[in-house]
Design a protein around this ligand. Structure first.
Ligand SMILES: [Zn+2]
Length: 247
C-alpha cells in the first residue's frame, strides 16, 4: 500500500516536472528556461522593417529575429522562400518604398550620397504618389546560402533597390553563437540596427560607428548579453574560455 502511494507520488512529480519544463513564457512563447524577454528593449524606429525569414530559421532558438522583432516598434516578419506574389509583401510594396538590404551585384554601399538620394526622393515627392511613400527596409533572414536562394527565386526582390552596409559596419559582427566568425557575417539583428541607424541618421551620418549606433545601441547591448546567455548553455565553451582567461 505504502509503495503504491509513493509510486503515485513519484509519477505525479514526474508529470508535474515534465509539464513545468514545457511551460511557455506568455510573452515570447518560448520555454521559460529559454525566455528572451529580458533581452528585449523598446525602440521607436522611424523606418518600418520587414524581415523575410526563411522557414528553416523559424525554429532557430539562437536566431536573432525574435529579439529584433520584439524590440522594434515598427517591424513585421514574413516567413517564406519564394516571395513572388506573396500577399503580405505585396501589401508592403503598395504602402512603402522598399529598399532591400542585400549585398547583391546591384547593391549600393550605403553612404551619404545614397542616403541623400533615398530621403530626397521622399521629401521632393511632388505629385507622384509612388515617390511619396515612406521608406521601408527589407531584410532577408537565413544563412548566406538560404538568403541567396530567396533572392534568386524571387523576381520581386531582385527588382527592389539594393543597399549594403559600408565595410566599417559590415565587418563589426558580435555574433558568436553560430560559428561564423568571418568577415561580413553580421546577424540579422546587427545588420538591421546598423542599416536603420544610417538611414535615420541624417546629418549625423558620420557619427555612426560599430559602438555608436544612436538609439539602436541599447538593443545591440542587449544582444551582447543575449550572446553570453546563449553561450552559457554550452559547457565546453565556458571551459575553453575559462582556460584562455587563465593563460
Ligand atoms: Zn519570454
Amino acid at each position: 500500500m505504502m509503495s503504491k502511494v509513493y509510486n503515485d507520488y513519484f509519477i505525479d512529480c514526474a508529470l508535474i516536472y515534465s509539464f513545468m519544463s514545457r511551460i511557455l513564457c506568455l510573452t515570447c512563447q518560448r520555454p521559460k528556461k529559454a525566455c528572451i524577454c529580458a533581452f528585449t528593449t523598446e525602440i521607436n524606429n522611424d523606418i518600418h522593417v520587414v524581415i523575410l525569414q526563411h522557414p528553416s530559421e523559424v525554429s532557430q532558438t539562437k536566431g536573432t529575429v525574435a529579439l529584433l522583432a520584439k524590440s522594434l516598434q515598427s517591424c513585421q516578419v514574413i516567413v517564406g522562400e519564394v516571395f513572388d506574389g506573396d500577399a503580405l509583401l505585396l501589401e508592403v510594396l503598395a504602402q512603402y518604398h522598399a529598399v532591400l538590404l542585400y549585398p547583391g551585384e546591384q547593391a549600393q554601399d550605403l553612404n551619404q550620397k545614397v542616403l541623400f538620394a533615398l530621403t530626397e526622393r521622399e521629401n521632393n515627392s511632388g505629385d507622384d504618389e509612388v515617390n511619396r511613400k515612406p521608406l521601408c527596409l527589407v531584410i532577408l533572414d537565413g544563412t548566406w546560402k538560404k538568403a541567396y536562394r530567396m533572392f534568386m527565386l524571387s523576381k520581386t526582390l531582385q527588382r527592389l533597390p539594393q543597399i549594403c552596409l559600408p565595410e566599417y559596419l559590415a565587418n563589426a559582427g558580435q555574433y558568436h553563437i553560430r560559428k561564423v566568425a568571418k568577415k561580413n557575417a553580421l546577424s540579422s539583428l546587427e545588420a538591421s540596427c546598423y542599416a536603420l541607424a544610417l538611414l535615420e541618421a541624417g546629418s549625423d551620418f558620420e557619427n555612426i560607428s560599430p559602438d555608436k549606433v544612436g538609439k539602436y545601441q541599447p538593443l545591440l547591448n542587449k544582444f551582447q548579453e543575449f550572446n553570453r546567455f546563449q553561450l552559457s548553455f554550452r559547457p565546453e565553451q565556458s571551459i575553453t574560455s575559462r582556460k584562455s582567461d587563465d593563460s
